[in-house]
Design a protein around this ligand. Structure first.
Ligand code: GTP
Ligand code: MG
Length: 669
């Protein structure tokens, strides 16, 4: 009943992913059953399955305090509970970042990370998997009252001395205007928790949606990890303003500091339009006023007016709880939901589709190569045996000697292969050193030294930009090295093919440019952060340490992926050589065996020729079936996104309670 467009399009996306995974499993099983796989192909299949399976979709709600973030989340996601689930009250409510997600391996629970973990300098990422650091409360999901009661814990604060507040990062003598007020005893109110995780079995969260509710970002002492790590990874950010207030100075500061980049999907909400209802004005006049506010907001933020969604989260929540469709329409929330669903899902989908189609092509190439090579060898054997028809025993003996001689001649390739392997592994090792986490750590430490050496960290930005420059150079060197490896292998493969009859073909080389692009993105989001005020905060060793760790964990992902890609490509080249070597040896053995059998009984010749023919037929059959399976995978990946000519597409939803297919807009990347 509470089905709405965001939910349905997320459903459609998961259905599509599930279908893809089962197609993928078919391909994988077939390759395994028919000895057509190798380590590299297997690795590729596994990573594809992982990408399809674990895909999270992160939507962050960001705003100055009291704009209605939590209320909006309640209206979009939790109306089914029949009441307000996340606390949303006047004044400061959400004191720490709250992440809503579902992990089926854990019971429904609220996990809270105490604020004093900040003192250890450990990043949230590091503490995430360290259960002992968290206080966990089980949630009674069947009982909305108790659930809401438990979740009120995220509002908890405590009073500490000014010194303690300073230690925790909530007090800074350099920026007195931003410090929180003191009470009569000179104490400061600080949040009790640093981060909260709500594990909740909501249907949308079960499908991989992660919702991030944030406390007002401008508050001094805002968790740096939020702005540096969590927000930049969100697939969409919903920025909320109060329709009654418009864009205040602090709203604008948040927008400028954290959201004005164009990297991700941004949605601007003009909340609380119900507050604009004026008994002395006609509904048309109110609507006009809202429209004016919308245009004004769009202009101030520099976004198109269509990106600004005027709505009332409070009305929407009430309408959903009471099941009033008309009131829900009046709240204007559905427009935002349609936009969220219509834009995000196709984006995620297009991305995954490309990944799947690329992989399908590579697997297809691998299978074709492998089968063709086997068939070529069968054809050679057939030719050889046909030549034996009506030939004498002496001729057979000669053939046997020839096979032995050819085998010996072929085995000479092992020295060459050995030499190639030595050169290859040395070159690869050299290439990997530049992309290693040790190297990365050294570079980051160098940056840190430069930062601490600069007065009050005012050179922080410069040191960071220089670091990114050096890292880009490392990726560039990796790309160059990999090209050199490719040239070396190409030359060796050509020689081996010509001299020893191998059928070695290189795959297109790894592309490290895309990691450089990721690096650019990290640079962009962090540079924003290294402005003057943050630089001042970085002069506190704790924060510097936190910043370093956080940066390190981001960069490590990029470098690890880059080196994994490089390694994978090289592994696949080596695997190909190994597979062909094995196959050739097996082939020599078979040739010898069949000659021996024919020597023992003349009738064997025809039987053996028939066998070879049957074998060839079988291989052809495998190939046909494989192409079918890979095609099915590709088709599945393309379902719904075919016909790129039009920008509107429809998807049949697996939802039984949505009678008509929902139109989803395909967003051009
Ligand atoms: N009139 C009206 N009030 C709203 C609406 N949405 C939220 N509010 C009220 O505004 C107050 C703040 O809402 P919250 O959802 O707590 O705001 P928040 O952005 O999460 O605030 P913090 O958690 O403090 O950062 C609450 O009293 C809400 O009931 C709305 O659409 N209309
Ligand atoms: Mg809140």
């Amino acid at each position: 009943m509470t089905t709405h467009s965001f939910a349905s399009s997320l459903d459609a996306l998961s259905g599509w992913r599930r279908a893809l995974v089962s197609r993928l499993d078919e391909v994988s099983r077939f390759l395994g059953d028919h000895d057509l796989s190798d380590a590299a192909v297997q690795g590729q299949l596994d990573s594809l399955r992982e990408q399809l399976g674990q895909q999270k979709l992160i939507v962050a709600f960001v705003a100055e305090f009291s704009r209605g973030k939590s209320e909006l989340i309640n209206a979009i996601f939790f109306a089914d509970a029949g009441r307000r689930i996340l606390p949303a009250t006047p004044g400061r409510t959400t004191m720490c970042p709250v992440e809503l997600a579902w992990d089926a391996d854990e019971p429904p629970s609220l996990s809270l990370l105490p604020i004093d973990t900040r003192l250890s300098g450990q990043s949230l990422g590091e503490l995430r998997n360290f259960a002992k650091a968290w206080k966990t409360v089980k949630l009674d999901v069947g009982n909305p009252e108790k659930l809401a009661e438990s979740l009120r814990e995220v509002m908890r604060t405590s009073w500490v001395s000014k010194d303690q507040a300073h230690e925790l990062g909530f007090w800074n003598d350099e920026t007195p205007d931003e410090n929180p007020p003191l009470d009569d005893m000179g104490r400061v109110e600080v949040p009790a928790w640093r981060h909260a995780l709500i594990n909740y079995p909501h249907p949308l969260l079960k499908q991989g949606l992660v919702v991030l509710d944030t406390p007002g970002l401008n508050a001094i002492g805002a968790e740096p990890e939020l702005t540096l790590s969590l927000l930049p990874t969100a697939h969409a950010t919903v920025f909320i303003l109060g329709a009654d207030i418009g864009v205040s100075k602090s709203d604008l500061a948040i927008w400028r500091d954290h959201l004005s980049g164009d990297a991700l999907s941004r949605f601007v909400v003009l909340n609380k339009i119900d507050a604009m209802i004026d008994p002395l004005a006609t509904p048309e006049q109110v609507a006009e006023q809202i429209e004016r506010q919308r245009t004004e907001t769009a202009r101030t933020l520099g976004v198109p007016a269509e990106r600004v969604y005027p709505l009332s989260a409070r009305q929407a929540l009430a309408a959903r709880v009471e099941g009033k469709a008309e009131a829900l329409a009046q709240s204007r929330l559905p427009a935002l939901e349609t936009a969220l669903g219509g834009e995000l899902m196709p984006q995620r989908r297009t991305l995954l589709e490309h990944v799947v189609i690329d992989a399908a092509q590579q697997i297809e190439m691998h299978v074709a190569r492998r089968l063709n090579d086997n068939r070529r060898q069968l054809a050679e054997q057939t030719l050889e045996l046909r030549g034996l028809r009506g030939k004498s025993g002496a001729k057979l003996q000669m053939m046997l000697q020839r096979v032995d001689a050819e085998t010996a001649e072929f085995e000479a390739c092992t020295t060459k292969l050995q030499a190639m392997r030595v050169v290859h592994s040395r070159m690869l090792k050299d290439a990997m050193v530049g992309l290693s986490s040790d190297r990365l750590r050294e570079e980051v430490s160098a940056m840190q030294q430069q930062m601490s050496a600069s007065l009050l960290n005012l050179g922080a930005k410069k040191a960071f930009v220089a670091l990114c420059q050096r890292l880009r150079a490392l990726l560039g060197a990796g790309q160059k090295n990999s090209l050199e490896i490719r040239h070396m292998l190409e030359a060796s493969f050509n020689r081996l093919n010509a001299e020893f009859g191998f059928g070695l073909v290189l795959n297109p080389g790894p592309d490290l440019d895309r990691f450089a692009a990721e690096l650019d993105l990290i640079e962009k989001s962090y540079v924003q952060y290294l402005g003057l005020t943050q630089a001042l905060r970085l002069s506190q060793p704790k924060f510097m340490e936190q910043f370093r760790r956080m940066l390190m964990s981001k960069l490590r992902v990029v470098f690890e992926n880059a080196s994994a890609e490089l390694e994978m490509w090289n592994k696949s080249a080596s695997a190909q050589v190994d597979a062909q070597l094995r196959e050739r040896r097996r082939n020599f053995r078979r040739r010898r065996e069949s000659l021996e059998r024919i020597q023992a009984a003349a009738s064997e010749l025809e039987t053996r020729l028939e066998e070879l023919d049957a074998q060839d037929q079988r291989l052809q059959g495998f190939h046909g079936r494989c192409i079918e399976l890979i095609d099915a995978l590709r088709q599945q990946a393309r379902t719904g996104t075919r016909g790129e000519v039009s920008s509107t597409i429809t998807i049949d939803l697996p939802l039984d309670d949505s009678p008509t297919p929902l139109p989803l807009r395909l967003v051009k990347a």
